[in-house]
Design a protein. Sequence first.
Lengths: 279, 239
Amino acid sequence: MTALFASTRAELLRLTKWRVTWLLIAVWLTLNVTFVYVIPYLSYRTGGGGEITDGQSPESLLADMMPTTLAQSLTQGMPLFGGAIMLILGAITVGSGFGWGTWKTVFVQSASRSTAFLGTLVALAVVVVGTVVTTLAVDAGLSVLVAVTEAQPIDWPPATDLAAGVGSGILIFGMWTAAGVLLGTVARSPALAVGLGLVWAMALENLLAAAANLLGGLEPITDVLPGRTAGSLAGSFGGGGTPGVLTILGGGTAGLVLAAYLLAFVVISLTLIRRRDVV
Amino acid sequence: MDDAVHVQDLLVDRGGHPVLRGISFTVPRGSVTGLLGPSGCGKTTLIRAVVGVQVVRAGSVRVLGEPAGSRALRRSVRYMTQAPSIYGDLSVAENARYFARLIGLGPAEAAHAVEQVGLADAADQLVGTLSGGQRTRTSLACALVGRPELLVLDEPTVGLDPVLREELWTTFHRMAADGVTLLVSSHVMDEAGRCDQLLLMREGALLADATPTQIRQRAGSDDLEQAFLRLIRTQGLAA
Ligand SMILES: Nc1ncnc2c1ncn2[C@@H]1O[C@H](COP(=O)(O)OP(=O)(O)OP(=O)(O)O)[C@@H](O)[C@H]1O
Ligand SMILES: [Mg+2]
């Protein structure tokens, strides 16, 4: 336990001293704020119906920016760009240890390889939870700002709704981070891992889904691909029409499938780390 | 069990070929032992076996009374790899603190290690922007953090100037006097002369396990470099 704590503290030091970590989180927050508040607000002020906001009416645009829809605001950008950003974080955290050759010494110095690796996973989990909670705080602040500016009542969503939103956010980000960790472990290089992951998340899943559409009968598989499952989980909070957000699976099913992916990615990575020779 | 390292009939294959062909030796505690031999003779492989990251075909490697690589040794054995294994996108101090945290130590121990390798002035510099020798020293600092019982250093002084090498060897001997055991690979002959004990290797076998004086006598040469060449050539013909 103390050994795991030591490894976690070391990895947290690395992650927090890394500029990349902060850059990725800043990019995510900027994208979230831009697509959830800035663009819809500008569109609302100019009468709505713009192409980028999917022809939504001003009323619907405003409603989507209110504190009541906080869970939706938090999760709607996660399946598409949020997930990709977390995948990059996971991939470079593990991949760069191979790239710089540091795992070699870290594995000798830690209580065991598993301890060192689990410490890395716990540290990443801390970053994921911190990012989701920060996003919620930023979104809450902005939704209140919009409500006050537009003289709307400030109604908060039920606590269960918020908790479900935060939990789902953690699950989506956690699954993508774990996917990055697995790719970093397999590729043993940050660049290759990031490249492979982005090809998968941005292109391959959609191509497969399109192929399934053409061929028919393959939907049971393509519906539960990682990115599309994340889309379904986000879709359970509304936000339909946002790219990447789907309503194929119910929220509960999607959550379970994502948890299974997360667990599988972690177990496979850990097994590889324990078994393979570190070069 | 007074030996820090005890290796018996060690056989190691790498990539399907024998790399260590039956090596036996001991390293006494509190000594500086040099590991020398031509490039590719198996120094790094032997070091990997001692720190317990090398798959071994046969033989035994015991370190501080435990099997090499066992959990009990994680805190007491430190390893500096031949190619620096530190984060290029962190600063010198951050790297040292990272490795300190791994073994449950704090920033004070990390700062001390950075001082020991003479990098206090560059502590906040990113490792990626350091010179080659500075990078080697950062890697060494990360191995020095805390109070190891056995320090295994794979060519720690490559690319360093004579003044720094002198300082580091003084540090090594001071640590040995404090009871730390050092196993240091090198290919610089004036460093061989500073070791208490020398292990001379050639093509995966041990040619000599002796003090520098004994090696000079055996080869009949006062110059250690000449003595090495003579030993390697004559024993090579005999083999
Ligand atoms: N992963 C590997 N797969 C196959 N062969 C390997 C591997 N690593 C090392 N070898 C071979 O094992 C032999 C010993 O290598 P080792 O790195 O131990 O040499 P060394 O004495 O440290 O050399 P140097 O002084 O150049 O560092 C070499 O012939 C090398 O080519
Ligand atoms: Mg070597």
